[in-house]
Design a protein around this ligand. Structure first.
Ligand SMILES: *[C@@H]1O[C@H](CO)[C@@H](O)[C@H](O)[C@H]1NC(C)=O
Ligand SMILES: *[C@@H]1O[C@H](CO)[C@@H](O)[C@H](O)[C@H]1NC(C)=O
Ligand SMILES: *[C@@H]1O[C@H](CO)[C@@H](O)[C@H](O)[C@H]1NC(C)=O
Length: 144
């Protein structure tokens, strides 16, 4: 018990003495991890079940249809075509996906969040108004 306490004190002192800290996302455990729905034939688990890498084929990294506009006749006047791991199984664990959003005039994409993700928008036609809601709004300052 006494040893345990002195060990704890020693570790705490070392932690306080260190000014260095490093943190990062864990690296993927393998080059690819093609998602598979049926775990029976899967070999690894890291995100979704991974296909046996020996069985990976080019189609696991392919999607077509982003050229087809979504139907925007709905309440929000927009349609999101997602190309994520469900559309391209090879995206599993790679931390990337993309979408096509079609807007009817005055259509909108309701407020939403992307935790721990980056979003880049390219507007191909028309004008899109985009805003951020931050957790520390500085409403008293005029915008720069
Ligand atoms: C993939 O193929 C190699 C070479 O044939 C083999 O050694 C390995 O066990 C296979 N991996 C799996 C997960 O089946
Ligand atoms: C988006 O467009 C696709 C293709 O036209 C359609 O199948 C789907 O129902 C639409 N989604 C919404 C939410 O309107
Ligand atoms: C778009 O969706 C609306 C409502 O569901 C439907 O009436 C219309 O036929 C669809 N348009 C196309 C081109 O599919």
């Amino acid at each position: 018990m006494k040893n345990g306490v002195s060990l704890l004190v020693a570790v705490a002192l070392m932690a306080l003495a260190s000014s260095l800290a490093s943190a990062s996302d864990p690296s993927p455990l393998q080059d690819t991890c093609v998602a598979i729905d049926e775990p029976k034939n899967a070999v690894f688990v890291n995100g979704k079940f991974c296909k046996n890498p020996n069985l990976t084929v080019a189609e696991d990294f392919f999607y077509q249809g982003l050229n087809i506009p979504g139907n925007t006749t709905n309440r929000v006047g927009s349609n999101v075509t997602t190309v994520n791991v469900d559309a391209i199984p090879g995206l599993n664990t790679l931390g990337i996906s993309l979408v096509r959003i079609d807007y009817a005039p005055y259509g909108q994409n309701p407020p939403h969040t992307h935790p721990r993700a980056t979003e880049i928008l390219t507007v191909l036609e028309g004008t899109l108004l985009v805003g951020f809601v931050t957790s520390n709004p500085q409403t008293s300052k005029p915008p720069l």
